[in-house]
Design a protein around this ligand. Structure first.
Ligand code: APR
Length: 268
């Protein structure tokens, strides 16, 4: 593993525009379960996964009922708002401060990259801290709405102050389109990058899993993008050789060692 970390450090130092893609695996060391790992939420509770696949259609069919159910049930992910970033999140912030990492595109809704101090984060699947109008796409902080009061007054679903559209949680449900602004920014960053560091994702959920394949597409006259995976297990990106190499292990440990190795190389 040491050799691969050294190789990744050299690749990052040589890169001009590196970005990171992250998934639930980077947050398990913060006590948040992932989905498809050995003790993942879907692995342990396939029934809950089936229910999650119906959620968006249920919202479209009856947003009032959807909100009432949501406000009376507990989140599968636990109390995300209490979670704290771990060494993996802080290491990516360090790479950003070193000027080596230009952007983080995350599937996680836990806002831990921002909590760690990251400046340029694209929340591809939304944020647990936000609400979003499904008509005009405007986003609001959760605390801008007193949802319990709206429920008590029978005034659910919450409405958008700009267009009166229906407000939903910002988290993107299965089958729900990725909001345009997020989808476009992610493709832009992917097209610009010459190195992609993919951390803690099984890379099986689309359209996010298309981003590494887009990065792999040859751009005329431009050297191939280097794609590095940091994950506990191989993924379809490893098997299909979309990634150049996999550093297998815990993101918290590996990303920290990556930052230390870059520092050592730079200090010469
Ligand atoms: N370090 C490295 N890898 C880890 C760690 C860790 N500490 N913990 C877990 N992993 C790996 C798991 O082995 C698995 O391969 O991270 C991966 C997490 O994959 P998933 O659980 O499938 O999570 P993710 O890829 O983010 O899921 C994508 O699916 O359920 C939806 O919307 C949800 O955003 C989520 C999307």
């Amino acid at each position: 593993m040491g050799d691969l970390i050294k190789k990744a450090a050299q690749d990052l130092i040589k890169s001009h525009y590196a970005i990171a893609l992250t998934g639930a695996g980077i947050s398990t060391e913060s006590g948040i379960p992932d989905f498809r790992g050995p003790s993942g939420i879907w692995t342990k509770n396939p029934q809950a996964e089936r229910k999650a696949y119906q959620s968006y259609q249920e919202f479209l069919a009856d947003p009032k009922k959807w909100w009432e159910e949501r406000l009376s049930g507990a989140s599968l992910l636990g109390d995300l708002e209490k979670a704290k970033p771990n060494a993996g999140h802080f290491a990516l912030v360090e790479l950003e401060r070193m000027g080596l990492l230009k952007c983080v595109i995350t599937q996680n809704v836990d806002a831990l990259h921002e909590k760690a101090g990251a400046l340029n984060v694209i929340e591809y699947h939304g944020s647990v801290l936000k609400l979003r109008c499904v008509d005009c796409g405007s986003r609001f902080k959760q605390e801008e709405y007193n949802l319990e009061k709206l429920r008590a007054e029978g005034a659910l679903p919450p409405r958008c102050p700009k267009c009166r559209g229906v407000i939903k949680t910002d988290g993107v449900a299965f089958g729900e389109p990725i909001p345009n602004d997020v989808a476009h920014r992610s493709v832009d960053e992917t097209r610009k990058c010459d190195l992609m560091l993919i951390c803690g994702t099984s890379a099986v959920v689309y359209p996010f899993a298309n981003l590494p394949r887009l990065a792999r597409q040859r751009k005329d006259g431009v050297p191939e993008t280097i794609i590095i995976e940091v994950n506990a297990d191989p993924t379809p990106l490893t098997e299909e050789k979309i990634s150049d190499y996999l550093i297998r292990g815990k993101t918290g440990e590996i990303l920290l060692r990556l930052v230390e190795t870059i520092r050592r190389i730079r200090e010469g």
